[in-house]
Ligand binder design. Structure first.
Ligand code: GSH
Length: 277
């Protein structure tokens, strides 16, 4: 029998969704190769090695397994669990409530939690809201909303040791990149709290340690990049989508979206075209 080709992951070390998939692949000991699509993060929509046939929204992560192409971190995890059932990421089928709980934790992190981290970076990395005078307000709101999410997560963790239950699994992969980013931006759980102890515990696991180290290197590389690629007139447009837009509005940043549309440095997701001027 011909050896199966390695999985290939289009991803980015800073993307929390991509980190979730890297952690899952490594936890399952599945060999994979990965790369950042050319042009990713440039806002130029010229990712020639990442066609819309792979993912209409051209978002990472996207997985290639032979002739199979899969986008969306949740669907990728489901595929991996179906194709490589051992070691299992989800709690056993005999415990449907625990499986549902793992998925609910993931859903909340993918939507409401991620939006806060993303919005915070829009302000701090891309200086959104500075000219509009709302940057500080958004940073404050990010702190308040993160506290609420962390309180919810702490209730889910309960006595621990893992979100998935007695062993590391799906729910832990799902929380890890988002909470780790909160820690990185100074909005993480209090020292000595159950959440902080969970973060320390999972950071020791090789699959997490390697992924967090790549994230850290990625953030350093990004910080070293001079200038703002989304400056007015650059032609680059940042994707504003789903919960991210809701969070910017909720946190008081409607003016950010108005100026982004006016200056044509934000776009909404597929299908296009961009909003008319
Ligand atoms: N629901 C998707 C979200 C993926 C996503 O939003 N990815 C971002 C990076 S974190 C992306 O590729 N954005 C396109 C861009 O920045 O141009 C998933 O779970 O994979």
């Amino acid at each position: 029998m011909a050896p199966e080709s390695k999985l290939f992951l289009h991803d980015h070390p800073i993307s929390s969704y991509a980190q979730k998939v890297r952690i899952a692949l490594r936890w399952k000991h599945i060999a994979f190769e990965h790369a950042i699509p050319r042009g990713m993060g440039s806002g130029q929509q010229e990712m020639k090695d990442f066609p819309t046939s792979l993912h209409p929204r051209q978002e990472v992560p996207a997985l290639i397994d032979g002739d199979t192409r899969i986008f969306d971190s949740t669907i990728i995890l489901e595929y991996l669990e179906d194709k490589f059932p051992e070691p299992a990421l989800l709690p056993p089928r005999s415990d449907p409530a625990a499986r549902a709980r793992a998925r609910m934790i993931e859903d909340l992190c993918d939507t409401h939690y991620e939006a806060i981290n993303w919005g915070y970076a829009e302000v701090t990395r891309y200086e959104r809201g500075v000219a509009e005078g709302v940057a500080e307000k958004l940073k404050t709101q990010a702190g308040i909303h993160t506290r609420d999410i962390l309180a919810w997560l702490e209730a889910q963790l309960g006595a621990g040791p893992f979100f998935n239950g007695a062993t590391f699994g799906w729910a832990d992969c799902a929380v890890a990149p988002f909470l780790n980013r909160s820690v990185a931006i100074g909005l993480g759980p209090a020292e000595g709290s159950p959440l902080q102890q969970w973060h320390a515990r999972i950071s020791e696991l090789p699959c997490v340690r390697e992924t967090f180290a790549e994230y850290e290197a990625g953030t350093k590389a990004l910080a070293a990049m001079v200038g703002n690629p989304f400056q007015s007139g650059s032609g680059a447009k940042r994707e504003y989508r789903d919960h991210r837009v809701e969070w910017i509005l909720k946190a008081g940043g409607i003016s950010i979206i108005e100026s982004g549309l006016r200056d044509r440095n934000i776009r909404f997701s597929w299908p296009g075209p961009d909003p008319p001027e």
